[in-house]
Write a protein of this length. Structure first.
Lengths: 163, 150
């Protein structure tokens, strides 16, 4: 019987943090080792923008302005990650969307039949409220495929540099 | 990134010298600059005042969150000032503002900037938090209260 390839499609969830870059480096190493396809996704968090507008912290023009900045932020991160992958001979399919982050990401996982989502280390939290708003944690809980949380950036960088 | 990690004791002030909006913002900018990360304080003031001219960042329940995107910083800087008596900051409910969070961010830090603003909105939505922070006697106590609320 042929061995089933354990991981065929890997998705990196890109949230604009340093932790997601570490996650991306590890995902690149895994993609190279497994011969898997690599995907990276950034979602403009429209819920948080609406929350700030509702709280009167943003005015409408500001909400639109920040949305534009988030798109630019997402593009920068996705470009950077695809360059990291390219250095190791891996092609990355990048995707930038807007909406409710965990829903958009989990829908994308389903639509592509992703087998592994790679996330950066979760932020420390102490309250239920933080947990409710942490999109990375929501993806961890809601994704229907296996999820890997990447820790130890120094070790990961060493591994990434070694391939 | 947590608020209590962003704010150092040096960036927290209890009691302002000024009573006018521009003076308060200036004091907050001086406070934020104690981290030595503001390249051009005049530009920072201009950016914050420009945002205030669009609409005051004085919110309900004694909260004010003056903020701006500005090239005068290369990373996000914050300051927190507390006025026990309250100061007229042209708030939406007409009440004096007592808790002032200043946030300055470069354009390239949109994701972190938006997350921090949302965190401020969440912690300040608690009446207990607002009451405790206005009653605090020292910057260390203020940071402790924020840390417990996060």
């Amino acid at each position: 019987m042929d061995l089933i390839k354990p991981v065929k499609k890997i998705l990196i969830y890109v949230d604009g943090s340093e932790e997601c870059i570490t996650a991306a480096q590890y995902a690149i190493v895994l993609a190279k080792n497994f011969g898997a396809e690599l995907y990276a996704m950034y979602v403009v968090n429209e819920s948080i923008l609406k929350e700030l507008l509702k709280a009167n912290i943003f005015i409408k023009a500001e909400e639109m302005d920040y949305e534009h900045d988030l798109v630019q932020d997402g593009k920068r991160y996705l470009h950077y990650i695809s360059e990291l992958a390219k250095e190791k001979g891996i092609n990355t399919e990048i995707k930038l969307e807007k909406g409710v982050v965990n829903k958009v990401v989990t829908d994308y996982i389903k639509s592509l039949d992703i087998d592994l989502v790679v996330l950066g280390e979760l932020e420390e939290f102490t309250s239920r409220s933080d947990s409710f708003h942490d999109e990375t944690e929501l993806i961890l809980r809601k994704a229907q495929c296996s999820v890997l949380i990447v820790k130890d950036p120094d070790k990961v960088e060493q591994i990434y540099n070694s391939i | 990134m947590r608020l209590s990690e962003m704010l150092k004791e040096d960036n927290v002030l209890i009691g302002f010298k000024g009573t006018q909006k521009k003076d308060i913002i200036n004091e907050l900018i001086e406070l934020a600059d104690k981290s030595g990360r503001i390249r051009d304080k005049e530009e920072a003031l201009r950016a914050v005042m420009a945002r205030e001219e669009m609409m005051s960042t004085g919110l309900e329940h004694g909260i004010a969150i003056p903020h701006a995107k500005t090239d005068s910083v290369s990373e996000i800087v914050m300051a927190l000032g507390i006025s026990k008596q309250g100061i007229d900051f042209e708030s939406v409910d007409g009440e004096p503002s007592k808790i002032f969070f200043l946030l300055l961010a470069p354009e390239t830090a949109a994701t972190a900037n938006v997350k921090l603003l949302a965190q401020i909105a969440r912690v300040t939505s608690s009446a207990e938090f607002r009451s405790r922070i206005v009653s605090a006697d020292s910057p260390a106590e203020v940071i402790d209260i924020i840390s417990n609320a996060e």
